[in-house]
Structures are given as C-alpha cells and as structure tokens.
Design a protein around this ligand. Structure first.
Ligand code: ADP
Ligand code: MG
Length: 395
C-alpha cells in the first residue's frame, strides 16, 4: 500500500529549527531579483511556520555555479527580497554548512528566518552526497520541502536530508501534487474530454510525457518547434523549420501509439513563417511551408480550429509556447491559445517556465485554475505519477 505523504501538519514545529528546501532559483538583474514569483509562492508555508513559532532556515539553489562559489549567483538578493516581502529581518549566512552557520541558526528567535548560501556552490549538492546531506541536516530539527520545481532531482537537499530528519511537504508542494494528481485522474473522475497542448522548443524534452499522457488523453495538440518534427515524420514539407532529425522515428512511434489509443492528434494546419530566425524577419502566413522558410508560430486557422475543440474539453493541460512568443510577430499563436484556454469552463493547468512566463506576459495568470511552479518537475510528475523528492517524504 502506498504510504501517505508526510506534511507540515504532521509535526509540532513550535520553537524548533525547521530546515526548508525552497525554490528561490529566481532571475537576477544587476544584483537584484528581477521576478520574485517563486519567493512569493513560498510565503503561505513560511507564514504558517512562523505563526507556529518555528525558527525557519531556508536553503535553495540558484543558477548553475558548477560546484564553485560564484558571487554573481549568491542568494543574498533573494534573502533581501524576502525580508521586504515579509517586512521582517532575514539573517543571511554566507556559508552553506558548518559551525558558524549552525550557531546563527541556534540564535534565531521563535518565528525568526534565515537563508543559507546557494547549495550549488558545493559540488556535493548535485552529487547527492550523503555526508553533505548530514551536514545540512545538522542545521535543523525538522525538514520541510516546498521546492516542487526541484523535486525531480536526486540532490542532497532533496533526497538526502529527509533521510536524516523528521520530514514533510510544504503547502506549495501539497497543492501541486493535489492539482496535478487530480488532472491525471481526469479519465477516472469523468472530467473528460481531456486535452493537452504541447509546444516549445524540443521534442526530446517532451517525448516521455507524450507517451505517458497518451494513455489518458482524448485530444493532443502539438505546436511550437516540436510540431515540425511530427509534420516531417508524416511526410510534410517543413522548409527550414527546426527539426530533430534523430527523433523522426520516435515521433512516428508516438503518433502510432496515439492512434492505437484513440487519442486525436492535432498538428498545425497553417503557420507563420519567416526566412530568418530573427525578431525583425517579415512574417508570412502560409498553409504549405515554402523552401527556405521556417515555421515560427501556428497560424490563425489552426488557432480557430483548436479553440473550438478546447471549448469541448473539461480538462486541459498546457506546456510549451506554440511559437517564438518572445517576438511580437510570432507571439499570436501562444497569446491566442492562452486566451482561448483562459475562457473555457473546464479545468486548466499550465506547466513549464516559458509557458508560465507567457501566461504572465499576456496577463492571463488569474484565469487559469493552476500554474505549476515546476517545469521539468511537473512533466516528470505527469509522466511517472511521482517524483524522487516526494517518495522520500512518504516514509
Ligand atoms: P517551457 O519552458 O514552457 O517548458 P520550452 O522551454 O520547451 O517551454 O520551450 C520554449 C521555447 O520554445 C521558447 O523560447 C520559444 O521561443 C521556443 N519556440 C516555440 N516555438 C518555436 C518555433 N516554431 N521555432 C523555434 N523556437 C520555438
Ligand atoms: Mg523552458
């Protein structure tokens, strides 16, 4: 029998040092936090811990410092931003582990908050080293994970530390698991038709999830650069569009699998193309891609056909922009799909860093039922129904 996920509520945290894995992997600009969405996502858990009198020690990764100290990737700006958000002092430890960090942690008053330096300054974090996990665990008395976006990684702070401390999931992680789990159960709970809209840059990132979702979906909409690998696999001319030639066989297999399982696959029927991969390249709308042109967005006919089908779906998951949405001339498909999904009655979930950024940029955030904070993690959860970082919280 599956063991129950331990949570924050399973522990009496009053007066205890609670070591929290958070996802403060935020974009920085000139030494300041450029987007604090991920920090704000943790505030409910932090508020609950502080109300109960916990002494909160936060740990996170930021960027890819390659196991070495790199001041441009310090968590200090994130700690400063957190202090502004909660309007309270936040202690910052310039080291990750060791006696001095432990002394700072022990000095925290009830309700006090501290952030330790970027976990990835130490190569043992990504290596999942158990000695490092023990040194981290020594800082706390209870471990809480609220870093959903990192829970697919077997790093020391994710899968190591909870082996050494009583542990539980934070509120953000609980909500992600609940919502994504509910979505996966759409067929069992009758919330069908179930559709998935997948786009983005690379087929290889999304193959696994397409295979897994094909067991549950009624409709699969494929756009973005990914669509051209599928279109080419079907024998269409795709001009100079981005194609992963080594994935053509895999694309054919996935299309066959979908056909066997009665999943209706919808590929773009028209495209916004250009002769160069450039923001100022003049866009043209076509149904057949001329030689030397590349598809940079889905076209208006595709959008209108898809929108009609979205309206009939009771559950829709969206991951991956449908075009190069960063450039205005090629953003219409992503904006249009976002607006169409935002207005349907059904349950709508967005996953993926760039997709979430697109939804925010088009001002649609409030109109989706859920925006997952984890890109890779949400895809892996949908593929396997579980994550390594969740498994360790069940024992
Ligand atoms: P997410 O982060 O939401 O999972 P991805 O990282 O998979 O999304 O893909 C996002 C990127 O895909 C964007 O930078 C976007 O410009 C790019 N993209 C989408 N469509 C195309 C296309 N037709 N050609 C080239 N790049 C594309
Ligand atoms: Mg991305």
């Amino acid at each position: 029998m599956a063991r129950r996920l331990q949570t924050l509520d399973d522990h009496d945290v009053g007066g205890k040092r609670v070591l929290c894995r958070v996802d403060f992997n935020v974009p920085l600009d000139n030494g300041a936090v450029a987007d604090d969405t991920r920090i704000r996502a943790f505030l409910p858990t932090l508020a609950q811990l502080r109300e109960q009198g916990a002494r909160v020690i936060l740990m996170s990764h930021l960027g890819r410092p390659k196991g070495k100290r790199d001041e441009s990737l310090s968590l200090l700006p994130a700690a400063a931003r957190l202090a502004e958000l909660i309007d309270a002092e936040v202690v910052f430890a310039h080291e990750i582990v060791g006696d001095e960090v432990l002394a700072l942690a022990k000095d925290l008053p009830d309700g006090g908050v501290m952030v330790i330096e970027n976990l990835r300054f130490d190569p043992r974090e990504k290596a999942g080293d158990d000695e490092f996990a023990k040194e981290l665990a020594a800082l706390g008395e209870i471990y809480v994970n609220d870093a959903f976006g990192a829970m697919h990684r077997a790093h020391a702070s994710i899968t190591g530390v909870p082996r050494h401390l009583p542990h539980g999931a934070g509120l953000l992680v609980r909500r992600e698991v609940e919502v994504l789990g509910r979505m996966l159960a759409a067929d069992a709970t009758g919330r069908t038709p179930f559709g998935a809209v997948l786009g983005g840059a690379k087929v290889s990132d999304k193959m696994g999830v397409i295979g897994a979702l094909s067991r549950r979906l009624d409709h699969l909409f494929i756009g973005g650069a990914m669509a051209y690998t599928f279109l080419k696999a079907q024998g269409h001319d795709v001009g100079a569009s981005r194609v992963e030639d080594d994935k053509l066989d895999l694309a054919r297999e996935l299309l066959d699998k979908c056909a066997e399982r009665n999943v209706k696959v919808h590929l773009p029927v028209d495209h916004v193309v250009a002769e160069r991969f450039a923001e100022d390249a003049p866009p043209t709308t076509v149904t057949e891609i001329p030689e030397g042109h590349m598809g940079l967005d889905i076209g208006p006919e595709t959008l209108s056909q898809w929108s009609a089908l979205f309206n009939r779906c009771n559950t829709v998951f969206w991951n991956g922009p449908l075009g190069v949405f960063e450039w205005d001339a090629f953003s219409g498909g992503t904006r249009g799909v976002g607006e169409a999904l935002a207005s349907i009655q059904g349950f709508t979930v967005v996953g993926g860093g760039d997709s979430a950024a697109a939804v925010a940029r088009f001002g649609l955030g409030e109109r989706f039922d859920h925006i997952s904070t984890g890109g890779g993690a949400s895809l892996e959860f949908l593929e396997h129904g579980d994550l390594v970082g969740l498994q360790v919280l069940r024992s």
